[in-house]
Design a protein around this ligand. Sequence first.
Ligand code: NAG
Ligand code: NAG
Ligand code: NAG
Length: 395
Amino acid sequence: MRTSHSIAAALAAGFGLACAECGASSSFLYVTSYPPEGAVGKVTTLKLGDTGLESIGASEACGPYPSWLTQAGDILYCVDEAWPSPNGSVTSLKVGSDGLLTKLSSLPTLGGPVSTIVYGDGGRGLAVADYSGAGIQTFNIADPAAIAALQTEAFAVPADKRPSPQDQSRPHQALLDPTGDFLVFPDLGADLLRVFKVDKATLQYSESTPLEFDRGTGPRHAAFYTTESKTFLYIINELQNSVTGFAVAYNDDKTLGFQQVYNATTHGGTDPVPAGTAAAEIAISPDKKFLTLSSRLERSLTYTVANGTQVPSDPLITFSIDGETGVLTHVQTAPAGGVNPRHFSFNKDGSRVAVGLQADGRVVVFERDTATGKLGKTVAEADVPGMPNFVLFKE
Ligand SMILES: *[C@@H]1O[C@H](CO)[C@@H](O)[C@H](O)[C@H]1NC(C)=O
Ligand SMILES: *[C@@H]1O[C@H](CO)[C@@H](O)[C@H](O)[C@H]1NC(C)=O
Ligand SMILES: *[C@@H]1O[C@H](CO)[C@@H](O)[C@H](O)[C@H]1NC(C)=O
């Protein structure tokens, strides 16, 4: 028989509800990492509690190069980028009430997948962006313990073939628009936002008109932002180190319209970005008032680690969003906690931000002021073996 405690713990783990009996500020964070030399990468469970951030376990079930997690209830979908072997994989992992992961099911993918999104009626579909495989794939996840392949599509080499990474199509993220009717994929290699109309019932998709960028832009990741009457899309461009905002129009039931409303460097306006910089992640805060992005390999700031040593740091840069026009205004440039913040995420109420510092083997959790959008002091940090490239709160 389940005690009320175990039900509360299961609810807290599965649905992110507050759990008084689990400790006031305790939550789990899930981190994927590329492997240290000669080892395999892992999905690490970190527990954030009164004593700080500690690793309570690590799973090798995702394969050697885990690089992304998507949460659906008490299941995490993980992708193995499988560098440099041809086929990666998508794996479903069940989160136990103790925070540890158990492998349910796994299938090979086209090449090196880097991002997934749940779509379709009842969340029965999983769409995958495959960076090295130059394509996209969809899977039926109605039963997470029996993932089944649906559609696979590999894109042609762009007509204007350029040096790597623009020598081929490179879908870098899978996103679902706010209506759930369209899947979109920023393609860093082909300078496109690829758009697909979804049949929510059958999980099938069909190609729609893409949004084209100037050659050399390198769209990497994106974030939708909605107000009561408007939809905007912000795209972070890795090669150009810029952010472009669009007002999204639902022209008819098969295509999306995009009208540019904002374009600037990742530092805002025409503020220069240091040479060698590679823009990475972009996210809208849970309160929908701010946009934060990460910029890699700048080493333009410093961060003081727990032992008191000052280390070089890249920035997390925050902007406020004008909900009428979609225009961004710079709010803060803050240390990300080290070098190569490939990914960061907000907790549910936006009072914290967790960052994966891929070059430093560190995960840092910062306080965040939900009124100003500014990052504050460090809540906790932890060393994670290898190169942590993704971090997700599960409260
Ligand atoms: C494995 O990789 C090869 C080469 O990219 C590809 O042709 C094949 O379709 C992939 N297998 C699966 C199951 O996607
Ligand atoms: C957008 O801004 C970037 C950075 O200033 C600039 O290089 C690029 O030409 C602009 N693109 C458009 C389409 O305005
Ligand atoms: C302090 O931490 C940094 C970063 O983890 C590490 O490189 C350095 O060796 C540490 N210094 C001491 C004195 O422990």
